[in-house]
Design a protein around this ligand. Sequence first.
Ligand code: NAD
Ligand code: TDX
Length: 353
Amino acid sequence: MKLLVTGCAGFIGSNFVYYYLRKYKDSFIVGLDKLTYAGNLENLSKLTEEEKQRFVFIRGDINNNELLNHIFEKYNIDVVVNFAAESHVDRSIFEPHVFIKTNVLGVQSLLSVAMEHWFRGDKWLEGKRFIQISTDEVYGSLGPEGYFTENTPLDPHSPYSASKAGGDLIAKAYYDTFKMPVIITRCSNNYGPYQFPEKLIPLMIWNALNHKELPVYGDGKNIRDWLYVEDHCKAIDLVIEKGKIGEVYNIGGHNERENIYVVKKIIEVLRRKTGDDKINEDLIKFVKDRPGHDRRYAMDPTKIQTELGWKHTYSFEEGLEITIDWYLNNLDWVRNTISGEYLKFYEKNYLGR
Ligand code: NAD
Ligand code: TDX
C-alpha cells in the first residue's frame, strides 16, 4: 500500500508515519510537508534505516498542483491521508487567510489531483481512499450536557474551525458529486510526543520547567476531550482498512477535563518527576479569554467503536505521564523547535538528497 501523508512533519502526521511504517512492513509512505513553523523533520529522525527505505520526504505545498501531479504519477498513490493544515486556533485569530489557503483551498487541490489520477474512463480505480483529517471543533461548542455525534450540525466559531469545516464540506462534495472515495475523520484534542509547544499541554510543560507563568484563558473551566495521539493513529489505520466511503467518523476517548485541571495535573506530575518545588500553582495566571472561546468539546465515538471496533487505550492521566516523560527526555527538541533551529536539521539531512 502506498500512502501520501501530507503534514508528515507535524505533530500527528509524524506520529502516524512511525505508527504505520512499523505496523505494516510492506507499506510505503510519501510524506509531503511545506515545513511551516510547525513542521519539523527532526520529528522523523527516529526512523530506522529499514523504515527510511520505505519513506520519501518531499518539501512542498498541498496547493501546488504541479507537484501533486508529479507525486501521483511517480508513486501510484493508493491512499491520501491529509493532515496538512494550519492547526492553531490562536494564530487563526491573527492571520485567518493562511488558514483558508491551506485548510480549504489546499484540500480542494489535493482532491482534484487525486481525482485526475484515480478516476479512469467512467469509474474509480479499486482500493483508493482519501482520508480528510478533521476536528471536533467544526461542531462548535457544547453546554454542560451532551456529545457531538456525526449528525451534529457544523457550527464553527474560530477562523481555524471554519476553515476545517470548509475543507470537510468540499471533501464531502467530491463524494456527493463524483462518488470519490472520501472519508472524513473528526478527532478531539490530541496530545503526546512532538506536539509544537504553542498548544496547551506542551506549552504548560515548558513554561513550568522554566518557572514561567502558566497563562490560563478566562476562568479555566473550558473543557476539552483529550486523546493520546497513538490512539488517534490507530483509529485512522482502522478507517483506512475498514471505513465506509462517504462516511464521517468521530474519534474521542471520553476523557473530558477542565483546562485548569490539566494545568494543575501537569504541575503535580512535573514536580513529582523533577523534585523542583518552584514548579507549583503560584505559576498559574488567569489571563484574558480567547475571543470566541468554545466552552466544551466532547465526542460520541459510538460509530467508530461499533462499526470499526476502535477503542482508546490510554486514560488522560496515563497518556499525560508518558507525554511528560517524553518532553523531559527531549528538551533539546523543544529548544530547537521554538528557536527555529529545526530548519537546520532539514538543511543538513534532506537538502540536496
Ligand atoms: P501541526 O500544526 O503540528 O502540523 C501540521 C503540518 O502541516 C506541519 O508539519 C506543517 O508544516 C504542515 N503544513 C501546513 N500547511 C501546509 C501546506 N500548505 N502544505 C503542506 N504542508 C503544510 O498539526 P497537528 O496537530 O499535527 O494536526 C494535524 C491535523 O489534525 C490537522 O489537519 C488538524 O486540523 C487535525 N487535528 C488536530 C488535532 C490536535 O489536537 N492537534 C485534533 C483534531 C484534528
Ligand atoms: O496558553 C493557553 N492557555 C489556555 O488556557 C493555551 C495555548 C490554551 N488554553 C486553552 C484554550 C483551550 O480551551 O486550553 C485549551 C486547549 O487549547 P489549544 O491547545 O490551543 O487547543 P484547542 O484550541 O482546543 O484546539 C486543539 O484541538 C483541536 C488543536 O489545536 C486543534 O488543531 C484541534 O483541531
